[in-house]
Design a protein around this ligand. Structure first.
Ligand SMILES: Nc1nc2c(c(=O)[nH]1)N[C@H]1C(S)=C(S)[C@@H](COP(=O)(O)O)O[C@H]1N2
Ligand SMILES: [Mo]
Length: 425
């Protein structure tokens, strides 16, 4: 063993990618790697922050039904009550999260390409410190791949992973960001110097360039700036075919990657549908003449027919639907009964408490939700029965659905049958 190892060391790397002269692109070098790295530093920081916000927006600390990662422990240290203003808050934070994640894919791939010779560095482990560094790179590259892949599969509605997307993406993010912080701490000064050398300072030394610059470069077919431009064009193209699903209007027609398609139909109910009534097993009888709305709170209970619900004072709010998958609708004109009004039916005053909302849907994580008191109290929060002047379509939640300002789409429960004020479940 010992002698074989010794021979391998003196003989140098085996033929193939472990040999530095295997990699011949003249583009690789500290400048390209550093520019791409700095773009990723800014982008991934925004992805991480908007991702944390996305989790906070679910108000997971409020009730078990809101929490997709109940075993998070202290990783939930930063949670805060999600506000209702500005009413487009989640539309922006989640639109940025998903769109930016997609737009950064070419940058991430280019960055990996630019450092690929280093991933094959020989010998694989030189010392304990080097071993730790390699391990952190494994977490960095693996973590980035894992977060981008799970995120993109989720927005493309391919739920193929074992377990919940939320759990995987949440814990994956913490592992990845740990490795990312370590990596940035070690590399940022060098990257800054490679891109903005101090006057009079020589170009990055061979030490920094080692492993990146090819010792036997082929003739260039494109400049470094040209290559960077191609990456930028790739990102721009992804932006154009993605952002339309969050921006809406005519831009929706350019959202070629939008998994729900470019045409949400026409008429008052002609906007994006997430799950149709049929797809979650809503039967016509569930939402027919026998449907009732039960309102409970302060020890009292009121059951309303559809007609009685319509007879209550109706209010209007213009609010969007903004899904965790990144798509959102422009503001829709909803009308229905304020949650505060429904709380008043059971004798609750203006300090409306949190409310447990339940739909007729039999299974699935999104059949119920607990809305926080600030959401229940907001006079824009409705149990909507109409949208854009028409009765809700079955797929948009007929007979009644919740609509709350600033909240993730998933908290706008459709096909509501019960509101329990002051309850957890
Ligand atoms: N009962 C119930 N309500 C639900 C859902 C669901 O699966 N079941 N999906 C939610 C999600 S994820 C979103 S984004 C919005 C979408 O509303 P829309 O289909 O009317 O656009 O509804 C929410 N309400
Ligand atoms: Mo959603």
């Amino acid at each position: 063993m010992r002698s074989a190892w010794g021979t391998a060391r003196t003989a140098g790397p085996p033929p193939g990618p472990a040999r530095p002269d295997f990699w011949r692109s003249p583009l690789r070098g500290p400048w390209l790697t550093s520019v791409l790295g700095l773009v990723l530093l800014a982008g991934i920081t925004i992805l991480f922050v908007t991702g944390l916000l996305s989790y906070a927006a679910y108000n997971p600390d409020l009730a078990a039904v809101n929490d997709q990662t109940p075993d998070k422990g202290w990783l939930g240290f930063y949670l805060f009550p999600w506000p209702t203003s500005p009413y487009w808050l989640y539309r922006v934070t989640q639109g940025v999260h998903v769109t930016l994640g997609i737009v950064l894919v070419p940058v991430l791939l280019a960055k990996l390409w630019s450092v690929i010779p280093k991933l094959f560095a020989w010998p694989p482990v030189r010392s304990v410190a080097h071993g730790i560094e390699r391990l952190s790179l494994l977490l960095l590259v693996g973590g980035a791949g894992f977060e981008f892949v799970t995120g993109i599969l989720n927005v493309q509605l391919h739920y193929i992973f074992p377990g919940s997307f939320y759990t995987l993406h949440f814990y994956g993010a913490w592992v990845f960001i740990g490795a990312f912080v370590v990596h940035v701490a070690f590399r940022l000064p060098k990257a800054l110097r490679a891109v903005w050398p101090r006057p009079g300072e020589p170009a990055p030394g061979t030490q920094d360039a080692a492993g990146l610059v090819s010792p036997r470069p082929a003739a260039p077919t494109i400049s470094r700036r040209g290559a960077l431009g191609m990456v930028g064009l790739g990102s721009l193209a992804l932006l154009v075919v993605t952002a339309g699903q969050s921006v809406g209007g005519w831009l929706r027609h350019t959202a070629l990657l939008a998994p729900h398609g470019q045409d949400p139909g026409s008429g008052p109910n002609g906007f994006q549908i997430n799950k149709t009534a049929a797809s979650v097993g809503i039967r016509p009888s569930d939402i027919g003449p026998d449907w009732r709305l039960t309102v409970r709170g302060a020890g009292r209970q009121v059951d309303l027919t559809y007609g009685q619900l319509l007879a209550l004072p109706q209010s209007e709010s213009s609010l969007p639907i903004a899904c965790v998958e990144g798509w959102s609708t422009p503001d829709q004109r909803w009308s229905g009964v304020r949650l505060t009004e429904l709380a008043a039916l059971v004798g609750l005053g203006t300090d409306t408490p949190q409310v447990f909302v339940e739909s007729v849907q039999r299974g699935g994580s999104f059949r119920s939700v607990v809305l926080r008191d600030n959401q229940a109290r907001d006079t824009r929060s409705l149990l909507a029965v109409r949208v854009n002047g028409a009765v809700l379509s079955h797929d948009h939640g007929y007979p009644a659905r919740v609509i709350v300002p600033g909240a993730p789409g998933v908290h706008n429960t459709k096909w509501v049958t019960r509101l329990a004020f002051g309850e957890q479940a």
